[in-house]
Write a protein that binds this ligand. Sequence first.
Ligand code: NG6
Ligand code: CA
Length: 524
Amino acid sequence: MLSPMRLTTILLAVLFANSVPIRGQSHAAPAKPNILLIYIDDLGWGDTGCYGATAVKTPNVDRLAREGLRFTDGHCTSATCTPSRYAMFSGEYPWRKRGTGVLPGDAGLVLEPERGTLPLTLRGAGYTTGAVGKWHLGLGPQGGPDWNGEVKPGAREAGFDFSFIMAATGDRVPCVYVHNGRVAGLDPKDPIEVSYQKPFPGLPTGKANPELLKMHPSHGHDMALINGISRIGYMKGGTAAHWKDEDMADVFTRQAIGFIEASKDKPFFLYLGTQDIHVPRVPHPRFVGKSGMGPRGDAIVQMDWCVGELLAALDRLKLTEKTMVVFSSDNGPVIDDGYKDDAVTKLGAHKAAGPWRGGKYSNFEAGSRVPFIVRWPGRVKPGVSAALVSQLDFHASFAALAGPKLAEPRDSQNILPALLGDSPKGRDSHVASAGVLSLRAGNWKYISPGQGPKRNASTNTEMGNDSVGQLYDLAADPGETKNLASEQPQRVAEMVAQLEKIRSAGRLPADLPGAKDGKKQKQP
Ligand code: NG6
Ligand code: CA
């Protein structure tokens, strides 16, 4: 005779044995996977093999795509770094907050931890959180931090238990790493001073001492001279702490793998923001000449190596099935971004933006349509998805995966079914910013009127600016060549109204002209 207890146990066992797993989910896939977010700088839609590149080889990114879901309509929110990262970590469109444009290296933290951030949400859900690589979200109070003391508020206050970051970009001072809130390797007898206003007397600059340069600027970038490369901004001191550009990919990769090793027994969230393939493109000598496309192509090869190292570490630590890897970029591609590095002359037939028009800085599609891959073996069925997905939604979507419901999702939507390949549908609409706001709704794209130049003379980018509104049918005209605004005034009116509705649904305004100009800032 079975006791009621035993009967219940058997019944439960039978029930669970017959329970249908969620589509595509194997028993190896845990409910709360590790999340490894590999965020490349300035990588274009067409810069990797899995998105059609042939001149440069990217076997490791291609592996990620082969084993995962490759999105063809994946977006960052903006055509430059700081706003895209702000949106990704906050879940709020960056044009809702002043001061989210490309930041100097001495800017204060722009994230508002008190309003919640992606890493804070995941930490709250039991994740160990780490940030390695490019930050560019400001550090310290407004006016910048004390580089010789505790650099705070910073990554820790924003929600990262561990951080090993650079403050801004490879081409901006200070050229040092910040490790858990302290400049790594700083000699207190050689304190750091940073200025974006004036040079420090007696120190060489790219402008005054071009003979000391190993890579020359093509525009801008003629200030502080560190490691034979002149940068944006000036700095003094901290010599022992200066990074070596050639070693940066190795340093970040090592730090990222160290974090994974240390966190392997609990769920972790690791954000790795590579310096590649941003300028200055100075890959390690072992990658030099490997692409035949000059330093830009070699930086892609180095970036791909880094991805390979991370995937190998996951394999070695038996974390592959327990980890959702997300791969994307912070804005579209740029060829000449301020250094004479042969990127233009050696480009050949390579199409960094794929079939899309524009690039970094542009309102055209290539500004925000970027590589976007999700791999989670045993859970995400490999394939290709045409869903409209945005990094803006990482906050709400990763929260849904990890458990907690967001108290204030702001603009972030839970598009987990699309990210995991359970649904072919992502967002209904998405707003991108690059000087003006543009709205994607289905295959339609509307770009607000703006006064900016049609072409950026320095980078040679087609900016997508026009004094009149632009309407494109991306299904029939992916290259945004035929402005249909005057032919379809009704659709324009609808999209202007939709954009205005999105604008007024959250914090206003932006300093950007959008559907309607001149709105006063409303308090959040
Ligand atoms: C621009 C820089 C460019 C790059 C960019 C930011 C000049 C002339 N150009 O102002 O080189 O640093 O800012 O790039 O200084 S981002 O990817 O971090 O947004
Ligand atoms: Ca960038």
